[in-house]
Design a protein around this ligand. Sequence first.
Ligand SMILES: Nc1c(NC[C@H](O)[C@H](O)[C@H](O)CO)[nH]c(=O)[nH]c1=O
Ligand SMILES: CC(=O)[C@@H](O)COP(=O)(O)O
Length: 167
Amino acid sequence: MSTALPPKPRHRGARSHVLIVASEYNQEFTDALVTNTQEELDELLGSGRCDLVRVPGAFEIPAVAEAFIAEEKPDVVIALGLILRGQTMHGDHIASTVTETLMEMSVRHRMPIIHEVLLVEDEKQAYARCIGSKLNRGREAARSAVRALDTFAQLKRTSTRHFPSNA
Ligand SMILES: Nc1c(NC[C@H](O)[C@H](O)[C@H](O)CO)[nH]c(=O)[nH]c1=O
Ligand SMILES: CC(=O)[C@@H](O)COP(=O)(O)O
């Protein structure tokens, strides 16, 4: 287990468009994830556009993110959700298919998609990651998004092979 959040990055890029897609299931925890992500983004990015879309459960995150990517072309997507392991494998199935789909989308669109759709054993683990400050995955998501934005912006500036519109 990681016991420390990544350090706060310093954003060097231009105004960015961030899209947060967050599920509502386990709402006490997912609302806290959203709030922590938004607060950290405000601090790190300052200006820029940040849209928030809520969906019923984690399973709905990839399809809605895909639709918004096609329509709105954000610079980065942050996926937030909380899957509490139940008595069956249902939660595990959701977690693995969401993980695989988000990765596939990130590679296909060549854009950063930050994955904080958490799979936890119990409410204690959920509290520590969504509400507590030490392991907060909302804060972590925002920091990862800002770092990824800078990495992709740098790549776009220098690469004409991967981004032919630079040529
Ligand atoms: N059990 C959890 C779910 N289940 C709901 C699914 O994500 C989905 O909405 C449903 O199967 C209809 O397609 N979702 C979570 O986000 N967290 C859970 O713990
Ligand atoms: C309904 C769900 O998605 C989830 O809570 C599954 O729980 P369980 O595995 O106990 O049926």
